[in-house]
Design a protein around this ligand. Sequence first.
Ligand code: PSV
Ligand code: MN
Length: 410
Amino acid sequence: MMNARYELLAEEIETQGIDVEDVKDRIKRQHIETPSWGYGDSGTRFGVFRQPGAARNVYEKLQDAATVHKHTGIAPTVALHIPWDEVEDWQKLSEYAKGLGIGIGAINPNLFQDEVYKLGSVCNTDAAIRRQAVDHILECVDIMKKTGSKILSIWLADGTNFPGQGDFRKRKRWLYESFEEVYKALPDGSRMLIEYKFFEPAFYHTDLADWGSAYVMATKLGEQAQVLIDLGHHAPGTNIEFIVAWLIDEGKLGGFHFNCRKYADDDLTVGSMNPQELFLIYNELVAAELDPNVEADIAYMIDQSHNLKPKIEASIQSVCNLQQAYTKALIVNRNALAEAQNTGMIIEAEEILKRAYNTDVRPLLEQVRVEMGLDPNPLRAFRNSGYMGKVRKERVGIAPLRYRRRRPCS
Ligand code: PSV
Ligand code: MN
């Protein structure tokens, strides 16, 4: 079934020499991973707000992730955080995910909540604590083997709060030693993604502060180590799309944590406030994707905990925002852009990007969804499905502490 709005848009895209069928194929192959921690009750350090029907354990989180995939068609994996999502039988959990039509994605160790990590994990001055941290990451490597996950995604809370508190060079060497041990244990064909963040919970320095420090570690470790960009982990004004381009060019961009920041590491919906920045990031990603000389394998993951919005709806909305940004980047007239860049036509270059960004791609996305056998409006379809009413009745009682994210409440 074709609609007139789609046909008009397809024609406009084709007149720029862009193959609409190719654009649609790429949209259908987009893969966004949602995080298990986006489905359980969570909050900020000021409090946790409960949502009736929120997932109480990892099995229910998988059910919700599968529901997001069912309505969007492009969210077939879910990231786990250990020990929040720890189970006795990993085989059983993988089978359960498979039965729901999804897979287990990245495994995220937790090196920040245990009492012993107060003064750091792999950068702690105490060798026994560093050992405990490495053992925990190795346990996560083991979980990768049991679940078939190909990605170990590491973020450290390590850092210091006061000048003189730590020896930067010593800490760097401890960090590398620990990562090296983990790297050697990685299963074949898997990757270790190193996530940086320049603040919080440490505010004087963090040991992996920026893409440069993550890049140094990933380069020293080898091919299986790459950098992960979390959109919430940069200083205001940072040109993230430039970082994206550089890391891709060095073969070191391994993955994303999508979210949206206004001030700091906010869990806001990706693209909710700065959709143009998201488009410019995707513009670099698509430029690389279409370049036959670039080899990149990038894991696109969301890192958002929804405290105020209904969780599943917020996940569907986030996935759709990413789909929209990707689509707009796919319809950039790249030949014309290269020509404008090569001839110093600054206004033309900017207008070419704006033309794509300002295009209402919704008719194209609706057409793609229909071709994928989906409802053209995923959010509406979810709301009409009766899923929330059903789980609200089934999911009574509070999740045990270990399943909750951020500040646990009593
Ligand atoms: C830290 O702020 C972070 O971005 C890391 O990715 C963690 O794993 C995640 O949030 C969950 O707290
Ligand atoms: Mn993150």
